[in-house]
Design a protein around this ligand. Structure first.
Ligand code: GRF
Length: 254
């Protein structure tokens, strides 16, 4: 069974949503380790209470490369296959990312590529956008920029505050992170370099993934993520630039 490694820094509500789905059997994986870079992270305590393997590796004052090597060792010690960043407030080094090619997911509270970095909800309000949301993407060496697996849109209300908007986005985060993990586990995507994918009869999605990608997770070839669309939902399948089709759509993507 696929072994997940969760990295977090704080509250851990995304981790808890994932853990609920793992416990309910709706994610076919096990949580091998939950690592926090702050000893006081609430998510670590929540992991302990669930009887999970919770490990505190404080990052304060440590050089990034040294710290990331410690993380990598802990993840390998626990035979982790897929790393899920769940509110992990640190940039990862290139060597960490190379260690888990296309096997690191992150959730971000905006519709990337809009509003990367910190305070995404504040950025959305400051720009006056009418729709924002959240994104689950593979992590590459650029900030909040790897191939996107799933997004969910959230309307911005006229009287929104950062808190109110964040709360509504968070509800969607809890839903789509588990959905993205299921897609990743099912291999229901491909990643290809800088490609533009047409969806048969639906819409066009373009990509700007950088450089040739190493193996995807689980190992199909390629770069830029593509998805199978749901039987019940709208058909949304993608081909690569040479036109070869993906397997028959099976599930819907948000
Ligand atoms: C979430 O908003 C997530 O999108 C961002 O950090 C926050 C973490 O929240 N990356 P939680 O710790 O999962 O509750």
């Amino acid at each position: 069974m696929t072994r997940l490694g969760i990295l977090l820094s704080g509250r851990g509500s995304n981790f808890e949503a994932i853990a609920d789905n793992v416990a309910a059997g709706s994610i076919d994986a096990q949580i091998a380790v939950v690592i926090g870079n702050r000893a006081e992270a609430r998510g670590l305590e929540a992991a302990r209470q669930r009887g999970l393997n919770a490990v505190s590796i404080p990052s304060k004052g440590l050089d990034r490369e040294i710290y990331d090597r410690m993380l990598v060792e802990e993840l390998h010690r626990n035979a982790v296959d897929l790393v899920c960043l769940a509110g992990f407030m640190r940039l990862l080094s290139a060597s960490f990312i190379r260690e888990f090619p296309n096997r690191i997911l992150n959730i971000h509270p905006s519709l990337l590529p809009a509003f990367p970095g910190l305070d995404a909800q504040h950025q959305a309000l400051a720009h006056g956008v009418k729709i924002t949301g959240c994104t689950v993407h593979f992590v590459d060496e650029d900030l909040d920029a790897g191939p996107i697996l799933i997004q969910a849109a959230v309307p911005v209300l006229n009287d929104d505050t950062v808190e109110a908007l964040s709360e509504r986005i968070l509800r969607e985060e809890h839903r789509i992170y588990s959905e993205a993990i299921r897609l990743a586990l099912a291999g229901a995507y491909r990643v290809e370099a800088g490609a533009s994918f047409s969806a048969e009869g639906t819409r066009k999605t373009s990509w700007a993934a950088r450089g040739p990608s190493p193996s995807a997770f689980p190992p199909p070839a390629g770069i830029a993520a593509a998805f199978r669309a749901g039987a019940a939902g709208p058909t949304r399948s993608y081909g690569n630039r040479s036109g070869s089709p993906l397997p028959k759509p099976e599930r819907s993507c948000a």
